[in-house]
Design a protein around this ligand. Structure first.
Ligand SMILES: [Zn+2]
Length: 78
């Protein structure tokens, strides 16, 4: 038997809840929480979790594009 632990963002607005979720293959909730915190999620002592967008932490996001060869992408002047 296998199980997956999926964390949901507990941020609730007036008419909707945040749809962010994090699916993990953690074996325990504590392990899932530790993984989530590494990814920018906020885990409160009362076990509520918040996605990086709603965690309130000003963590820099990793760049969407990583330039590996910046010197070779420049066009040469004619
Ligand atoms: Zn959220």
């Amino acid at each position: 038997m296998s199980a997956r632990i999926t964390l949901h963002c507990d941020r609730a607005a007036r008419y909707a809840v945040c749809a962010a979720r994090l699916q993990t293959d953690a074996r325990t909730v504590a392990e899932a929480h530790a993984t989530a915190e590494r990814l920018g999620w906020l885990v409160r002592p009362d076990q509520t979790t918040y996605c990086p967008h709603h965690s309130g932490a000003a963590r820099p996001r990793p760049p969407a594009v990583i330039q590996l060869h910046p010197s070779t992408t420049k066009e040469t002047d004619p």
